[in-house]
Design a protein around this ligand. Structure first.
Ligand SMILES: Cc1cc2nc3c(=O)[nH]c(=O)nc-3n(C[C@H](O)[C@H](O)[C@H](O)COP(=O)(O)O)c2cc1C
Length: 441
């Protein structure tokens, strides 16, 4: 199925509250959402109402203790448990969890992801990442291997896992009650994989799902990431701030896919987008101030570095003077600086500049739905994105705001699907058939 003329939409599925530090305290939010699987199911259903193709669950084990005195940890209790709960209560939306190729046993990953794929009737995706933090390594009592070693291992782990997924032949399971034959033993292969980093002799006792096996995702932007994803991934979760960089990233992944003999359309590049959608700009900015305004005073110092001009916490409610703005030197080290200067030159107060999310992790839309739709269309049509992964500010009403205010506009413009193409993630993202390893790579 070709979905190239339509964008994909995924949604960050994090701690149960939303992407902003203050989301757990917003009116209407259940403060126990962090542990409530009922809340998580509700949010997944809201995303499915909007026909989003997938939920994306990052995982940074151990990196949870940000400022738990006042903020929720950023991640899920457990990505696989969460998706198991969501799988049973949803029908179409893809379920994509992060799993490290450095700090997991391949056989365990293979088993869990294929079981999730069976449970969800073919909606599982595995975001195969290498982990890049010493803190994560410490959890496992290990040192962080070098990048060359981590990526070397990642190539082997994905190959081994895909071989295990294909080890139970597609038609091996007959379960014929009359003849008494349960399975064709001769169609179940023993994988004997001996790599430099990982080895396994095993077959995996799990038949194919409706989509065969889970889809490979990857998140990263380095040349190593281009190579790994170009070889194995159907979707890349990205993080970038400009159309130019996004286009360059997307092209790098497409070129890499080509070098492995694949059709570049088989790999979709999906950068992030954060949203605060409200009826007008002022309401949206005020919502942002309510959500994260308490952090603004300490962010002034960083904004000052981004713009290269002195700023004062005591002037939070004043615009930056024209004279100062004319002397601004946007930082070459932070790709968000040009946008911050552009917003500042529109005459907003310091508080409102920060409320635009100029120091957030992805491009941010704070305003009416049409602004999000325009941004998405522009990037999509510029060849900078095959879709977006959204981080709504507060799940309890921020998902609905996007579904009601942005999705219909994208559909009217003919760049987002009206209905799910099918029930599997493979169908809904337009990924080709695959069972076991891809013989081309
Ligand atoms: C959008 C995005 C999401 C990521 N999500 C995760 C994650 O959930 N868990 C994790 O350990 N690393 C995550 N990473 C980090 C990457 O796996 C990778 O380690 C990092 O980009 C450093 O790249 P390098 O290892 O190629 O140097 C993410 C990276 C990006 C760009």
């Amino acid at each position: 199925m070709n979905t190239n003329n339509k964008m994909l939409i995924g949604m960050h599925f994090g701690n149960g509250y939303g992407s902003q530090a203050g989301s757990w305290r917003m009116p209407g939010v259940n403060p126990e959402s962090f542990t409530s699987f009922d809340e998580k199911v509700k949010h997944a259903k809201a995303a499915e109402r909007g026909k989003f193709q997938f939920l994306f669950l990052p995982d940074f084990p151990g990196a949870l203790l940000n400022d738990v005195e006042t903020e929720s940890p950023n991640f899920n209790l457990d990505v696989m448990m969460t998706l198991a709960a969501v799988a049973r209560e949803t029908e179409y939306i893809g379920l994509v969890a992060t799993g490290s190729t450095t700090f997991n046993e391949p056989y365990n990953l293979a088993k869990q992801f294929k079981a999730l794929d069976i449970m969800s009737h073919g909606r599982a995706g595995w975001n195969a990442i290498t982990s890049s933090s010493g803190d994560v390594a410490a959890i496992y009592g290990k040192r962080l291997p070098s990048s060359v070693e981590r990526y070397g291992q990642a190539h082997e782990v994905i190959q081994l896992i895909q071989s295990l997924w294909g080890s139970w032949g597609k038609n091996a399971w007959v379960h014929n009650q009359e003849t008494g034959q349960f399975a064709h033993r001769d169609q179940i292969t023993t994988i004997d994989f001996k790599g430099k980093y990982v080895s396994s002799r095993a077959s995996l006792h799990i038949p194919p799902s409706e989509q065969g096996q889970p889809i490979i995702f990857h998140a990263g932007g380095s040349p190593n990431a281009h190579e790994l994803a170009g070889r194995f991934a159907n979707v890349v979760i990205g993080a970038t701030f400009s159309i130019e960089d996004a286009r360059a990233q997307r092209n790098a992944f497409r070129e890499s896919a080509k070098s492995f003999g694949r059709n570049p359309d088989e790999i979709k590049y999906i950068p992030g987008l954060m949203t605060t959608i409200a009826k007008d700009k002022r309401t949206a900015l005020d919502r942002r101030i309510q959500l994260s305004g308490h952090q603004f005073p300490q962010r002034i110092g960083y904004l000052q570095q981004m713009l290269g001009i002195p700023l004062s916490v005591s002037a939070l409610d004043k615009p930056i003077s024209t004279a100062l703005l004319n002397s601004a030197r946007p930082s070459l080290y932070d790709p968000r600086s040009l946008n911050a200067l552009k917003i500042a030159k529109e005459g907003w107060s310091l508080r409102d500049i920060l409320a635009h999310g100029v120091i957030d992790y992805h491009p941010v839309i704070v305003g009416p739905g049409i602004e999000a739709a325009d941004h998405m269309q522009k990037w999509f049509e510029a060849g900078a994105a095959d879709g977006f992964w959204l981080s709504p500010d507060v799940y309890v009403d921020g998902i609905d705001a996007f579904v009601d205010e942005v999705v219909p506009v994208l559909q009217q413009r003919g760049i987002f699907h009206q209905e799910y193409e099918g029930k599997t993630l493979r169908e809904n993202i337009g990924a080709p058939e695959q069972y076991g390893i891809d013989p081309r790579v």
